[in-house]
Design a protein around this ligand. Structure first.
Ligand code: 6CS
Length: 314
């Protein structure tokens, strides 16, 4: 039989690479086939999530940037400066975290989803039509964010006018001037040609992009134990693969952007310039505790403990 797996990116972007490795593993170790649906083939992120919940899709990759509206606790990934940028620490965190591996699965299960894994996709950078050196430069800037209430709060705290939009509308909105900024990891800015419709890339180090892969829960629970193990093993192989795949990807992508558009200004903010952005973390964290669901406090505390453990390990 054929299992259907949709994701929010193109085939040769990070989620696509992960999905292809997963498919390869499943097909090598079972009689099942996997059909992949990249971004745009079945709709926006919200559409593929609905399809996975209803069982039309067996697998889906949806980032907490969109899931935060469905599972309030998943907004925790938008507390600024919570996640580190060090890739070894991040890999160890996602692999071993009790918050990720034990506390989130029951919350996804309430939505009919079996959470299979979460993984990092790289440092998030702002791309804008005007330079950004501090929050004052974001004043009156309509800044596109994913449809996540805490991400909206975070950009309000950064001084911008956050504008939640599905991904498919971002390029056009920048082109026509409806928005003047957006954020994403470097590989995605490069592959989706965001540099064509913005002139500045600003690194404030405020976040690292997280995504999540899930199965329809009824489907997963209907499988034999061997098949579940086969899927879990394939996920684990794809996880290690996608961490390796991203080694050096950020810098390579920035190089490609500079080649494609030499006039693009890429600025790495200094510690001092980052400080006013960092100063917002406390109030956004407070907001998370208010809107992040019943388990907000427990998840936040556990994430912090897990992040500390991962940092001391690597
Ligand atoms: O900004 C977005 O909406 C998209 N960014 C990435 C890196 N992946 C998927 C998501 O839809």
């Amino acid at each position: 039989d054929t299992w259907r797996y949709a994701f929010e990116e193109a085939m040769d972007e990070v989620q696509g690479k992960f999905a292809q490795k997963f498919k390869e593993e499943v097909e090598a170790n079972s009689d099942h086939e996997i059909q992949l649906f990249p971004f745009g083939t079945l709709g926006e992120s919200a559409d593929i999530m609905e399809q996975a919940q209803s069982g039309i899709l067996q697998f889906v990759d949806q980032s907490p940037g969109f899931t935060g509206a469905l599972i309030p606790e998943a907004q925790v990934f938008f507390v600024p400066y919570l996640l580190p940028q060090d890739t070894a620490t991040l890999a160890s965190f996602f692999k071993n975290s009790k918050a990720i591996n034990e506390m989130f699965p029951p919350l996804y299960a309430e939505q009919g989803l079996e959470l299979l894994t979460m993984f990092p996709e790289g440092e998030v950078m702002m791309t804008t039509t005007e330079p950004v050196e501090g929050p004052a430069d974001l004043d009156e800037v309509k800044f596109r964010v994913m449809t996540n209430p805490l991400l909206v709060e975070s950009y309000k705290a950064f001084g911008a006018t956050p504008t939640p939009l599905p991904w498919g509308e971002v390029y056009g909105a920048l082109q026509t001037g409806i928005i003047q900024g957006q954020e994403n990891p470097a590989f995605f800015i490069e592959s989706t040609k965001m540099y064509e419709v913005t002139d500045y890339i600003t690194r404030a180090g405020h976040n690292n992009f997280t995504t999540a892969v899930m199965a329809n829960q009824e489907f997963y629970e209907g499988l034999s134990e061997e098949e579940q193990t086969m899927i879990d093993d394939a996920i684990s192989v794809a996880f290690d693969y996608i961490i390796d795949y991203q080694d050096g990807l950020t810098e390579e992508s920035l190089e490609k952007i500079k080649e494609a558009k030499p006039s693009m200004t890429i600025t790495d903010l200094s510690e001092e310039e980052r400080q006013p952005f960092m100063d917002t973390a406390e109030s956004v964290e407070q907001e998370f505790l208010e809107i992040g669901g019943d388990q907000a406090q427990e998840i936040l505390d556990q994430m912090k403990a897990d992040l500390e453990a991962a940092a001391s390990e690597s």
